[in-house]
Design a protein around this ligand. Structure first.
Ligand code: SF4
Ligand code: SF4
Length: 510
């Protein structure tokens, strides 16, 4: 039997993970790890400033400071500034400066950050949640982007008044085994788990940060298709083993140790295209894990060449169930027009979880043209599949998990109201760990922020504890928002929100 050794772990992981304390579900400050923090505003101070200190006195955010030993020098911690709130509250320093020496504008970095889906506000608000575990207080838009469609056009119809549920009495737990078969009950504490990111596409520190956050929140992360690195073993009860078309690193023992095994048939960001790891990211450690030659590009074909029918698919599911009599089986598919038929077929083949992956997800390595033009957006796929499962009389026997372009806690809640049981996130996790959405994940040595890279020097830019804490904090903030939504509807359990399309409205029609 093959072993699961990551033979070059030391070379790929210069910061050893062994000896870390067990992760805990607790908010702890995890400020940005780079020196020059990005903020929404830039504060300009002209030569007219006489250092009178009026701005220091009035600023509620501590933006204007005198560095130690410089009584006659004022500088700005611009990233703290919340100018719009100050205008409303009467604390706008620009208006109070007796010399008219201050000017505040949107910062050039803010203006160049993000795009219509992942706006600068969404990126910065995710950083805020990851740093503090708190929901932003109004300066940043944290619920929707500016895409002009999909989740960005859907609102909740909250009741104007009516009883609210006590947040402490609200359950966000989700049972993943609804089949009622002889396999274990698997309950996660939040209706969210982490998507597959393979060793090779992202760094081992990214993978381990995700795993630790999954342990803290009693949920799951997923190996992705690059194999099971040895340092994941302490977290194995919270890891999904992915079996994808390339079968990289797929080994009997990694299937046997997994509480959930996921077949990845396709990815919503690039359905029909398979996967492609460029040679530069295929380091000796990655190659050893994938049993390939270092430095060569690696392809995952599309489709599984062993599956061309539901019967073939059932053989796959039976294979996993035979090797691991305790695992739940998940099937990840993209969203073609007949995705409802695919979901039903998958259920009859024996799957416990149908994971729909719509367009718009994926890292910067997925081609933009594929992300935006091939798969059906997940907002359309969810009600289509949920309804079809209902008509078939099996909706309550299968768990419907969705992903692809879900950026915020509000997207998650809307997906559940459209008919999903829970969601898988990936890009939001990367943003929480400091991703700036530059889209260069696949090129050269990979991500300069140390997230989507296998280069040892880049990997060392992010410690596992910091990455995990950022994710733990973000999940706190997401759960807080989900609980608030349920509370406003007077609900006690996230299950009550599932399929409640009557609670949603579309901005174009109302
Ligand atoms: S606008 Fe408000 S938060 Fe910003 S620097 Fe001035 S006083 Fe401080
Ligand atoms: S910051 Fe890193 S992970 Fe984010 S898009 Fe750029 S290369 Fe990819």
């Amino acid at each position: 039997m093959a072993t699961i050794l990551d033979k070059n772990a030391t070379q790929a992981n210069p910061v050893p993970g062994i000896g870390l304390q067990p992760p805990v579900r607790e908010v702890k400050p995890a400020p940005d790890r780079f020196k020059n923090l990005l903020g929404k505003y830039k504060v300009w101070r002209s030569d007219a400033c006489v250092k009178c200190g009026k701005c220091e006195e009035i600023c509620p955010r501590g933006v204007h400071v005198r560095p130690d030993g410089y009584a006659d020098f004022l500088t700005g911690l611009d990233w703290r500034c919340t100018a719009e709130q100050c205008k409303e509250n009467g604390t706008y320093c620009v208006d109070h400066c007796p010399q008219k020496a201050l000017r505040i504008e949107l910062s050039p970095m803010y203006k160049s950050l993000g795009d219509y889906r992942w706006t600068a506000d969404l990126i910065m608000s995710t950083w805020h949640m990851a740093s503090t575990g708190e929901v932003p207080d109004g300066e940043l838009e944290y619920k929707t982007g500016n895409s002009g469609g999909g989740f960005d056009k859907i609102d909740f119809r909250f009741p104007a008044d009516g009883p609210r549920t006590n947040p402490d009495e609200i359950s966000t737990a989700l049972e993943l085994n609804k089949r009622g078969d002889n396999r274990p009950s698997v309950v996660i504490d939040i209706p969210i788990y982490g998507g597959g990111m393979s060793f090779g596409s992202v760094s081992p520190h990214t993978i381990l940060s995700k795993a630790r956050a999954a342990v803290a929140w009693n949920t799951f992360s997923c190996t992705g298709e690059g194999g099971y690195i040895e340092r994941l073993l302490p977290y194995k009860d919270h890891m999904i083993t992915q079996v994808a078309t390339g079968l990289f690193g797929v080994r009997e023992e990694t299937i046997q140790m997994a509480p959930i095994v996921e077949f990845k048939y396709a990815q919503g960001a690039k359905p029909g295209l398979g996967g492609h790891l460029l040679g530069d990211k295929n380091t000796p450690a990655v190659a050893a894990m994938r049993e390939a030659v270092a430095g060569t590009p690696l392809f995952s074909p599309f489709p599984f060449h062993s599956v061309y029918s539901v019967e073939d698919h059932k053989k796959h599911v039976d294979w996993i169930k035979h090797i691991n009599p305790h695992a739940l089986v998940s099937v990840k598919v993209s969203t073609p027009i007949d995705v409802d038929m695919v979901a039903v077929g998958s259920f009859y083949a024996g799957t416990h979880i149908v994971h729909l992956d719509g367009s718009y997800g994926g890292t910067g390595a997925a081609p933009e043209i594929a992300k935006k033009n091939i798969a059906m957006p997940i907002e359309y796929a969810i009600p289509k599949v949920s309804r079809f499962l209902q008509e078939e009389g099996i909706r309550d026997q299968v768990t419907l998990i969705v992903s692809g372009g879900l950026r915020t806690a509000y997207d998650m809640a809307k997906a559940i109201a459209l008919g999903a049981d829970g969601v898988v996130i990936g890009t939001s996790e990367m943003v929480a760990m400091g991703c700036i959405r530059c889209g260069k994940c696949e090129s050269g040595r990979g991500c300069t922020r140390g997230i989507a890279t296998t280069d040892p020097e880049m990997v060392a830019k992010m410690t596992i504890e910091w990455g995990a804490q950022r994710l733990i904090n973000m999940l706190f903030a997401w759960r807080t928002q989900l609980v608030d939504i349920l509370s406003r509807f007077g609900m006690r359990d996230v299950k009550e929100l599932r399929g409640r399309t009557d609670l949603l409205s579309h901005q174009d029609y109302e």
